[in-house]
Design a protein around this ligand. Structure first.
Ligand code: PLP
Length: 389
């Protein structure tokens, strides 16, 4: 089946977080939203068909999963990421952020530090603070248009703060890095040396641009698999975020039992039936859709890249290696962060994510979600150009 990602699907009036809550968040209602990370595309047709069939059955009782659910995920990760999942490693949760909070509570004590690499997806900090832990920042180094890890500082932070849990983001939202095997190995060795568990948020793992490869952390070595919790979800890959389904891979039985215990403590047991049905269907039938989507997203990225270079100077993009998020540097405008936001919201009429919310190193940057029809992306870029002039 051929998918038409150019189709503009009306999302206003659907209680969409992205489209329908500008006013509640203090923005003009007319803003064009390219912020939160969901896509303006319909999920794969076979997934929609299974959801319709489930709805037509008409009974929404408590549901759990069997071998076929596991097989759908295992086959996907084997085929697309060369990662071999064992059935006993799988732990389903209602979202990755929820799993981060559970890991923080299960593996650290109030007052302790949790290591993060900023600028990073802001719930990393939020989950630590909300659970009375201290976010300890190993800031990424921005050099020649690319982000790198400051390993020396990483180790120092591990030691100085007696860190027991590190939250890795790979691919990294918002800066778009897909960490290389060497980088992951080095991070892993430092964590092994200093007895630190790694929670690897790999939710964006299926959005990798040509020339780059995603490495599931637990596939790098058996030792690393022993200290890692891998978080994945079909929500980004197939645009199912509202169905709240995530899958953790935890090889180490002790880690798995600590996390499971914390989840039980929070009162959570089974997932939402529609989320489970959609997830299994997506991993079983969604590959063709994803392949077409990746080509489309690369086209959007190429468009954005040339538009920035030719028409949006002095703004500079950091070309993403993965994700569908574009991180760009506005500092050469010489405006205050507040003035940059006014330019984007009031003059350009756009709703993006202000880089400052991603923590130290994010100030002066903005994040733009380019998983939308190309005509919408072009409209947004033209608005930005007009505002700059
Ligand atoms: C890195 C990262 N982790 C987690 C999430 C959200 O995951 P969930 O909706 O499963 O909590 C997002 C969404 O943007 C994300 O970018």
């Amino acid at each position: 089946m051929l998918y038409n990602f150019d189709e503009i699907i009306e999302r206003r009036g659907t209680n969409s977080l992205k489209f329908d809550f500008a006013k509640e968040r203090g923005l003009p209602e007319s803003v064009l939203p390219l912020w939160v990370a969901d896509m303006d595309f319909r999920a794969p047709q076979p997934v929609l068909d299974r959801l319709v069939a489930q709805a037509q059955h008409g009974i929404f009782g408590y549901t759990d999963t069997k071998q076929d659910y596991y097989a759908a995920i295992a086959n996907w990760f084997q085929k697309r990421h060369n990662f071999t999942l064992q059935p006993q490693w799988l732990k389903k949760t209602t979202g990755v952020v929820y799993a981060i909070a559970m890991a923080i509570r299960a593996l650290t004590q109030p007052g302790e530090g949790v290591l993060i690499q900023s600028p990073v997806y802001y719930p990393f900090t939020g989950c630590a603070l909300d659970n009375d832990r201290k976010p300890i920042v190993n800031q990424l180094i921005y050099k020649n248009g690319r982000y790198e890890i400051d390993f020396e500082d990483f180790e120092k932070k591990l030691v100085d703060h007696k860190i027991r849990l590190f939250l890795l983001c790979n691919p990294h939202n918002p800066v778009g890095r897909v960490w290389s095997k060497d980088e992951l190995r080095t991070l892993g060795q430092l964590c092994l040396k200093h007895n630190c568990v790694i929670f690897a948020d790999e939710i964006h793992c299926d959005f990798i641009f040509p020339g780059h490869q995603h490495h599931v952390l637990a596939a790098i070595s058996p030792e690393l698999a022993d200290i890692s919790i891998i978080a994945t979800a079909p929500s980004k890959t197939f645009n199912l975020a509202g169905l709240q389904n995530a899958n953790l891979f935890i090889k180490n039985p002790l880690l798995k039992s600590l996390i499971s215990q914390e989840i039980r403590r929070s009162g959570f047991s089974q997932l939402n039936v529609m989320g489970l049905v959609a997830s299994q269907a997506a991993y079983e039938t969604g590959e063709d859709w994803l392949e077409q989507l990746l080509v489309y997203l690369k086209g959007n990225l190429d468009l954005a890249k040339s538009f920035f270079q030719e028409r949006l100077a002095p703004l500079e993009i950091i070309e993403p290696e993965g994700t569908y998020l574009l991180w760009f540097d506005c500092r050469a405008l010489g405006l205050t962060p507040k003035a940059v936001n006014r330019l984007i919201i009031d003059k350009a009429g756009l709703w993006l994510d202000d880089g400052a919310i991603f923590g130290p190193g994010g100030e002066g940057f903005q994040r733009l979600n380019f998983a939308c029809p190309r005509s919408i992306l072009l409209k947004a870029l033209e608005r930005l150009e007009k505002a700059l002039r």
